[in-house]
Ligand binder design. Structure first.
Ligand SMILES: Nc1nc2c(c(=O)[nH]1)N[C@H]1C(S)=C(S)[C@@H](COP(=O)(O)OP(=O)(O)OC[C@H]3O[C@@H](n4cnc5c(N)ncnc54)[C@H](O)[C@@H]3O)O[C@H]1N2
Ligand code: MOO
Length: 402
């Protein structure tokens, strides 16, 4: 048997980093920048008003108050988007809207709430310091400043930043496209009627959703039965649209373990027993250069294997550090046993209270028991050298994506 680390290291050494593509902004979402993006202009690009109100010379209204208001003639209206070169002199004011360029000569903005709102002349009842409600050019971003370095994953805020600096397209390592395929004669589509011995396919839905949660593009493929030719044909057909393939089922010791049968010796695929529970039987390799992860069929085994091996690999394919899911230390609420020599992942509920993190293992820990996985939000990770963890001790807990 190999350790979890040995298997993961093999995977990370083999997965290719996806080549960068030049994509339009919204197509680039979820991608990882493969270039530094710098702003060609300062942001804001010009001094402008932070409020709807009046541009003034602050000294003109230094003594303005409710009792001693100052009345100024309004010489114009400046709207957001106005390009004309407006200016005022001492003793004058211009009405100005939020985002409109500050007229030359003005050094403060008085919000409309401090005035009578006049359009030909305005009564101002409060003083304002120089600089009041002015957004200065470059106070957000300087000209030439790198706003997102290479290696940044582009989420909503980063895409907004790209647009704000005028960039319509970016070079990114795109979200990996992952084809997910369940194998097994017993599997039927949810919604169909089951004959004796059959079950509905859950793994391909769960794994496709897990791919998306991990930042990939998931393509669920219709389930294939235990027919070697059909499995191989389906896999080869899918390679054109896949940066990676994830299968579930057919990798253990049965007489019909079809994935193992057709992929043993194909490409660089190899099958191993990994010292973990659940998830002992694993396969991985490159098929015509495309990484393929053959996960065990038991639903909990498939899911845990995905989080431990596939998720970090998908990150590596985008040039990101292959971080595992985050872990915290939590107070265990009851004794649990663990097989010696095996990394044990137990489904659990992690909670946070005045005492810090506490964790409670689920009752059902069988690798077929999806019920306890679906109500878990974390996995307790018991190391290989632990055969028991006692109530009141602290254990390492991996948070599951939510
Ligand atoms: N003699 C041995 N038998 C088994 C061993 C072993 O070491 N020696 N390992 C066990 C472990 S551990 C696991 S995990 C499973 C892995 O089996 P396979 O990957 O070959 O998966 P299958 O046999 O196809 O299915 C196992 C189980 O999971 C159900 N399944 C499969 N696919 C789906 C799906 N898409 N949706 C829902 N459920 C699925 C399937 O019906 C089986 O019940 O092998 C053990 N056996
Ligand atoms: O190790 Mo299997 O993957 O637990 O049921």
């Amino acid at each position: 048997m190999r350790t979890v680390e040995e298997h993961l290291a093999d995977i990370l050494a083999a997965v290719p980093v996806l080549p960068p593509l030049d994509l339009a902004l919204l197509e680039a979402g979820g991608g990882v920048l493969a270039e530094d993006v710098a702003s060609p202009v300062p942001l804001p690009p010009f001094d402008n008003s932070a409020m709807d109100g009046y541009a003034v010379v602050a000294a003109d209204i230094a003594r303005a108050s409710e009792e001693t208001p100052v009345t100024l003639p309004v010489v114009g209206d400046i709207l957001a988007g106005d390009g004309g070169v407006a200016a005022i002199r001492p003793g004058l004011t211009a009405r100005i809207m939020t985002g409109a360029p500050l007229p030359a000569g003005a050094d403060a903005v008085v919000p409309v709430e401090w005035t009578d709102g006049g359009s030909t002349s305005v009564r101002i009842t409060r003083s304002a310091p120089s600089g009041n409600y002015i957004r200065r050019a470059g106070e957000d971003i300087l000209e030439g400043q790198v706003v997102a370095p290479s290696g940044t994953r582009l989420g909503a805020t980063q895409l907004g930043m790209m647009a704000a600096v005028g960039k319509p397209r970016v070079m990114v390592r795109p979200r990996p496209r992952v084809v997910v395929l369940s194998t097994g004669n017993e599997l039927r589509e949810p919604g169909s009627t089951l004959a004796p011995g059959q079950i509905w396919d859950s793994n391909s839905f769960m794994l496709t959703a897990a791919v998306i949660e991990a930042g990939g593009v998931g393509y669920r493929q219709t389930t294939v039965g235990d027919e070697p030719d059909k499995v191989l044909e389906t896999l080869e057909d899918q390679l054109v649209r896949a940066d990676a393939v994830v299968t579930s089922g057919g990798v253990s010791m049965g007489t019909r373990d079809v994935v193992k049968e057709v992929l043993t010796g194909t490409g660089t695929v190899k099958f191993h027993k990994v010292a973990m529970r659940p998830g002992k039987p694993q396969g991985f390799g490159l098929l015509q250069g495309t990484p393929i992860f053959t996960l065990p069929g038991n639903p909990v085994s498939a899911y845990v294997s995905f989080q431990v091996f596939v998720r970090p690999a998908l990150r590596a394919m985008q040039g990101l550090p292959p971080e595992p899911l985050p872990t915290v230390s939590a107070l265990l609420d009851r004794d649990v046993k663990s097989p010696a020599g095996i990394r044990h992942y137990l489904r659990a509920r992690l909670s946070y209270g005045p005492e810090g993190y506490a964790v409670s293992p689920a009752e059902g820990q069988g690798s077929h028991q999806l019920g306890s996985l679906a109500s878990a939000n974390a996995l307790i990770v018991l190391p290989e050298d632990a055969d028991v963890a006692t109530a009141g001790s602290h254990v390492e807990v991996m948070r599951l994506p939510s």
